[in-house]
Design a protein around this ligand. Structure first.
Ligand SMILES: *Cc1c(COP(=O)(O)O)cnc(C)c1O
Length: 391
């Protein structure tokens, strides 16, 4: 093979920040190669299997020849009806499954494609920081610019909309929001959403609310949907994922719901770039959305037990941490004398515990680390004992 060609990467690729989890994976691999018994609290991927009834439905669905052909990009009507039915039952929100629901190959796909539908070079996207890294990357790929909305503790990790400069507002076309929030575990309420709807309407900004964690909540306090607030459907969409709710991260299925024009715009991009979700997975998704309450309660109880153990453990160690009301993350201040990266390295090398540096979610995450509750209680207790020894 000739080695002369350089195959120079496109500017949009060269401009990418290093993908957080790729860097962590390298550190993790090195530690494992050194023979460390690693406790991995870094990745937001549920450790529990997909519930059995969903797997069983998949087994049957995969045998149907009709499912072996191309699916439609927008999703089977029956899946979209199931999504609309779930919204009605869970949030008392009515959606037209034909025009207000769109299937996604995971919510990441929808978030990644949305900017391509609505942004031109020079446009601005309002992006929370710390936040899910796909928001600024999708913005970059569309040739637009991110304007960072810092999420700080004194503001309950909600963006300060009044702090966004006028010249930015003139160019802003889209805003990403995510509650319950990854990585801060913050939850938003009606008052904030009302403010967002007013702000978006006045400035003609599309809102994309990422609700991936709406079903991972504690103490029976169910987070609300953005779409429950009057006017939300006029300004934007909510993206949902089956990944976290039903332990289905590997299956790649989610959906967008809300404003029909935004849904149609996103659909336009999808119809040109992908061919939808394997229909057998959609059938399994329909089954997932019908999951009975006791199954879901058991999943939540598992996370709640882990949360309680990790929260009191970190608190006893003197670390600054709030008890999360939702998500499977604990957003924790690093102790004096460290920054995010050096604290992560210290715990990895000295304690064999891997967590995520807060600055990997954007510069506003500096000074924090994220613990994920995706390991059994025994390992969480072990992690706390190990951390105690090296603090
Ligand atoms: C996990 C996650 C998603 C992506 O989930 P999919 O598997 O692509 O549906 C989206 N947003 C946030 C904030 C997440 O943490």
């Amino acid at each position: 093979m000739s080695r002369k060609k350089s195959f120079e990467l496109a500017k949009r690729v060269k401009d990418l920040p290093p993908y957080l989890f790729a860097t962590i994976d390298k550190m993790k691999q090195k530690a494992i190669n050194r023979g460390i018994d690693l406790i991995d609290l870094s990745v937001g991927d549920p450790d529990l299997p997909t519930p059995k009834h969903i797997v069983e439905r998949m087994k049957k669905a995969v045998q149907k020849p009709a499912h072996h052909r191309y699916p439609s990009y927008e999703g089977m009507l029956s899946f979209r009806q199931a999504a609309a039915g779930w919204y009605k039952k869970r949030f008392r929100v009515s959606l037209d499954p034909e025009t207000e629901v769109l299937s996604l190959i995971g919510s990441k796909e929808g978030i990644g494609h949305l900017p391509l539908a609505f942004l031109n070079p020079g446009d601005v996207v309002l992006v929370p920081s710390p936040g899910y890294p796909v928001y600024p990357v999708a913005t970059l790929f569309a040739g637009a610019k991110s304007h960072i909305m810092p999420l700080v503790e004194k503001n309950d990790f909600l963006p300060d909309l009044k702090a966004i400069p006028k010249n930015i507002l003139k160019k802003a076309r889209l805003m990403f929001l995510n509650y319950p929030n990854n990585p801060t575990a913050a939850v938003a309420g009606r008052k904030f959403y009302e403010e967002v709807i007013k702000f978006a309407g006045k400035n003609n900004i599309i809102v994309c609310h990422d609700a991936a964690y709406s079903e991972i909540y504690y103490d029976n306090r169910r987070p609300m949907s953005f779409l429950q607030v009057p006017g939300a459907g006029d300004v934007g969409i909510e993206v949902h994922s089956l990944s976290k709710t039903y332990n289905m991260t590997g299956w790649r299925i989610g959906f967008a719901a809300g404003n029909a024009k935004v849904i149609a715009g996103l659909g336009k991009i999808k119809s040109n770039l992908d061919s939808g979700i394997f229909q057998a997975v959609q059938e399994a998704g329909i089954e997932a959305l019908k999951t009975k309450e006791p199954v879901l309660r058991k999943l939540r109880d598992t996370y709640q037990e882990r949360r309680d153990i990790l929260y009191s453990g970190l608190k006893d160690l003197g670390l600054g941490v709030k008890k999360p009301k939702a998500t499977f993350y604990l957003w924790t201040k690093v102790p004096q004398g460290y920054d995010s990266a050096s604290f992560v390295r210290h715990l990895l090398n000295r304690a064999g515990v891997l967590i995520t540096p807060g600055n990997g979610f954007g510069s506003s995450g500096e000074g924090y680390v994220r613990f994920a509750l995706t390991v059994p209680t025994k390992r969480i207790r072990q992690a706390i004992r190990r951390i105690k020894k090296v603090l």
